[in-house]
Design a protein around this ligand. Sequence first.
Ligand code: GLN
Length: 495
Amino acid sequence: MKDLHTLGVAELGRALDAGQVSSTEVTKHLLARVASHEHLGAFLCTDTDLALEQAAAADARIAAGERSPLLGVPLAHKDIFVTEGLPTTAGSRMLAGYRSPFDATVVRQLGDAGMVTLGKLNCDEFAMGSGNENSAFAPVKNPWDTSRVPGGSSGGSAAAVAARLVPAATGTDTGGSIRQPASFTGITGIKPTYGRVSRYGMIAFASSLDQAGPMARSAEDCALLLDAMSGFDPRDSTSAEQARPAFAKALAAPRDGATAGQPLKGLRIGLPAEFFPAALAADVNGAVRAALAELEKLGATLVDVSLPRTELSIPVYYIIAPAEASSNLSRFDGVRYGHRARQYTDLIDMYKKTRAEGFGDEVKRRIMIGTYVLSHGYYDAYYLQAQKLRRMIADDFQACFQQCDLIAGPVAPTVAWKLGEKSADPVATYLADIFTLPASLAGLPGMSLPAGQGESGMPVGLQLIGNYFQEGALLHAAHAFQQATDWHARTPTGY
Ligand code: GLN
């Protein structure tokens, strides 16, 4: 038996199934590993008793003959999902010490599938950020180079999977927070179609954009988790009434027209010219182009397409997301949740002091921007214009999908940057979201898969974007790529 932390979700599931290892053994092994890698800052909390209790329950289900691919496999949740048994902070001092009376739907679904929760993972405060430096507790370090960021906002999830502390984690993606940290840490992550996965119990940042998804080592592992996470939830009014899919099973099914060695024959992959600007870092461009050549070898055809409003997705997103955030965050008033200022003179003073103390700088910046663009006199000039452009960006994608089945490009313009490098300049980090924001604004599914290595050996991700509810096609192409390459299997030195 290989070292237990080297096993991915599918491999672990098979080992548990065959009785080669128990969930309790795996859980103990990984908890010890989490404890010896605290310097990464990936975990905000663990609960040994709770994890071992869940592992024992999984072992009992296995002993009783139950067979299910996730049964007994450990994972950890981004601390933006509320959990009944563990604290939930959303990376904010505002929620320090908060405990939810219920589990998020995603947490419940994965728990029902038999997964064991090791703990909660660090993230940017209320998922606002691209480097995980906006966490109120600690920045997360990239296991490939601890002087660099792991990406954000699901940076704890990405670092934990990359460092082999856990085979899989949940993440959320509002404007790239699953795809970009996956790219920065050499793991695989998928942001499903808006509405595919329930948002119930996921602390809201920008409700028209927020979507949960899995982060793991491979497309196969992501498919296994997504199978359990997807499905209609009557508790989420934007949940799509789609039948629960069977993504994992479909991975190996051949495409129509596929031949031996050309599993992707007939697949048309669109390359938007705007995703390959002159400013794209040479190492990222090189790795992405090499991955595209590999996809061609596997039978795919590359076609040139255009997403003419790609650059505009930055101002559009940074108007709409803060607008929604300013509304969503109004609930943190010192009365209902978490932090309350100790000293105040009256109710208004209590609100002011609580929010001044509880929120960090980036969150305050977003609340101010959001309040401004929604205010009388500016609404038409900013918010309404942004909404119109959002529609046009979505339409641009539909024009592309007339010519291709999937769209491909880089996830981010550079590899992971150094800790502190961009913290003084929020706009510089906003600009780096250019390639993930368009799919978010359109509500389309997108994924990041390890495609190569760039400067200083840092991972580079390839982004694939599909049409609505085409996660199966994304995962299928990514799986074919991963069967032919080993980028997803590489680990940072020492892990
Ligand atoms: N980086 C983007 C932001 O700061 C996206 C974050 C996210 O997807 N949660 O808003």
